[in-house]
Design a protein around this ligand. Structure first.
Ligand code: NAP
Length: 250
């Protein structure tokens, strides 16, 4: 299989897009560890589901905002599976609020969960990936990074930061056989978009040329492409997966 012998770690892997990435990597032969925050029942259900299909999986409770948790999670993956080939920084939150009324804690929570986490985990995998002279890192951005949605200043800033970080790290590690890329999803059907979808699905669909919302498998496909050993000549790039939402056509 495509990912036989590979070891992957996916943050925010218990639900939504992360879960689809975990399931796809496991179905393609990878040993997959995933990090979740607090939803232990979703994590346990995912572990059972993958193990019952013959896959190898490890669920790790950790707070991606904390550097010590990232270091512990990466150590646990290396101790359990012997190495780490693929890191998918997927965990993220939205806390939409206008800047004028945004309390400092909300700003910090979004930046720490979405952006600082990417540093936390990338830094933690540097040593094992550099000594193996191999790695595939995929960071989850969003089309929000280049849109100007009201109430999304913190979220957009975190995702714009991820894209800039991705390009700089890509250059730093290119000679070590490590690629670093990002995926920017549009509107995907997950818990995160439930409220927006129930309030304005028809309006959103009008803006999407392909006339459908994205599925988690649409994002998993792009992540697996970037995580593939054969994808060795794409680095520092951002793949947009949005059904044409950001093309701006009439
Ligand atoms: P989701 O369904 O809300 O799932 C979020 C995942 O992140 C869960 O597994 C959650 O764990 C985990 N998580 C949140 N905070 C964490 C923390 N502090 N430490 C560890 N894990 C944490 O989200 P999603 O829609 O799949 O989104 C996944 C990624 O795609 C995010 O980065 C998001 O910004 C990005 N994205 C999504 C969309 C979309 O339309 N859905 C569009 C563009 C970009 P628990 O289960 O324990 O809560």
């Amino acid at each position: 299989m495509r990912f036989d012998g590979r070891v992957a770690l996916v943050t925010g892997g218990s639900r939504g897009i992360g879960r689809a990435i975990v399931e796809s990597l496991a179905a393609e032969g990878a040993k997959v560890a995933f990090v979740y925050a607090s939803n232990a029942s979703a994590a346990e259900e995912l572990v059972k589901s993958i193990e019952s299909s013959g896959g190898t999986v490890l669920g790790i409770q950790a707070d991606v905002r904390k550097k010590a948790d990232a270091d512990r999670a990466v150590d646990q993956v290396v101790e359990t599976f012997g190495k780490i080939d693929i890191l998918v920084n997927n965990a993220g939150i939205v806390r939409d609020t206008l800047v004028a009324t945004m309390p400092e804690e909300k700003w910090r929570d979004v930046i720490e969960t979405n952006l600082n986490s990417v540093y936390n985990f990338c830094h933690a995998v540097m040593r094992p990936m550099m000594s193996a002279r191999y790695g595939r890192i995929v960071n989850m951005s969003s089309v929000a990074a280049r849109m100007s949605n009201q109430g999304q200043a913190a979220y957009a800033a975190s995702k714009g930061g991820i894209e800039s970080f991705t390009k700089c790290l890509a250059v730093e590690v290119a000679k070590r056989g490590i690629t670093v890329n990002a995926v920017a999803p549009g509107f995907i059907v997950t818990d995160m978009t439930e409220a927006v979808r129930s309030a304005a699905e028809d309006k959103i669909l009008k803006e999407i040329p392909t006339k459908r919302l994205g599925q988690t498998s649409d994002i998993a496909n792009a992540v697996l492409f970037l995580a593939d050993e054969k994808t060795s000549y794409i680095t520092g790039d951002v793949i947009t997966v949005d059904g044409g939402l950001t093309l701006g056509g009439l």
